[in-house]
Design a protein around this ligand. Sequence first.
Ligand code: S3P
Length: 169
Amino acid sequence: MQRLKKTVVMVGMMGAGKTAVGTAVARALGVPFRDSDEEIVKAANRSIAEIFERDGEPFFRARETEVLARLLRGAPCILSTGGGAFLSDANRALIQKAGVAVWLRADLDLLWQRVRHKSTRPLLRTANPRETLRQLYEARVPFYSQAAITVDSAADLSIDEMAAKVIAA
Ligand code: S3P
């Protein structure tokens, strides 16, 4: 088993492929994979959409910070995060101290193609989700670009090809 020195934290927009690519990276390296959204869902015993609806986004963000802190204290792994996880100063500091952030960068059209048919993302339940996605993207790029490593996604790359790019980077 290859050893990781630090947890590799996948950051970036919804639809960037953080979970799919992170899973493939972990499999290729023979290291554990964790997903912060999944941990939040497990602990709350309800979906992300239900958490946003019933408890509100601030509650979700507080759970997200707790989960990140806990996972980053544990053994190194590949850790996929939700699209908003790298925005707060506290989360970024935590991630940059205990892990290595990898921004999966994808252009807006590709992200939209991937998320448009899914209704699972509460932040995109707006009158104009395409415009909402654009606004989130614009607002978030300055944060994602603070990741230690940036890997570009492209429509013609498979998950395994993306994983190979992440490992090489
Ligand atoms: C969010 C992205 C989602 C999830 C939540 C909030 C965001 O994760 O954490 O809906 O703020 O962009 P994915 O990036 O895996 O879709």
